[in-house]
Design a protein around this ligand. Structure first.
Ligand code: HEC
Length: 102
C-alpha cells in the first residue's frame, strides 16, 4: 500500500519535472537595467551629478568599477552597485557602455 503510494507520488513528481520549463538564463533583471536608473540605458545620464558612460574608454570604466569595489574610489551607491555585480558582468558592462555612441 505504502509502496504503491510512493510509486504513484514519484510518477507525479517525474511528470511535474518533465512539464517544468527550463530555468531562465537570467533570473534577476539584467544588471545594465540597474545601472540605467542613474546612467541611462544609452549611457547618457539624466541627472547632472551622474557621469555619462557612453563612448567612455572600456578599460577606464572597468578600472573604475574595480576601484569602487575595493573602496579605492569612495562612493556609497557605486560601491554597492560595483559589489553587486560579478567581475565578468563588470567587464561586459564596461564593453557595453564603451560601445555606445555619444
Ligand atoms: C544610484 C545611482 C547609480 C547607479 C544605480 C549606478 N551608478 Fe554608476 N555612478 C553613479 C554616480 C553618482 C557616479 C559618480 C561617482 C563619483 O562622484 O565619484 C557613478 C560613477 C560610475 C562610473 C565611473 C564613471 C567615471 O566617469 O569615472 C562607472 C564606470 C559607473 N558608475 C558604472 C556603473 C555601472 C556599471 C552600474 C550598474 C551596475 C552603475 N554605475 C549604477 C551613480 C549610479
Amino acid at each position: 500500500m505504502i509502496g504503491r503510494l510512493s510509486a504513484g507520488l514519484s510518477l507525479v513528481a517525474a511528470s511535474l519535472m518533465l512539464a517544468a520549463h527550463p530555468a531562465p538564463a537570467e533570473p534577476r533583471s539584467s544588471p545594465a537595467e540597474e545601472c540605467a536608473a542613474c546612467h541611462g540605458l544609452d549611457g547618457i545620464a539624466r541627472s547632472a551629478d551622474v557621469p555619462h558612460l557612453a563612448a567612455q574608454n572600456e578599460l577606464y570604466l572597468y578600472n573604475q568599477l574595480l576601484a569602487f569595489r575595493s573602496g579605492k574610489r569612495p562612493h556609497k551607491e557605486m560601491r554597492y552597485m560595483a559589489r553587486s555585480i560579478s567581475l565578468a558582468e563588470a567587464q561586459a558592462l564596461s564593453a557595453y557602455f564603451a560601445s555606445l555612441p555619444r
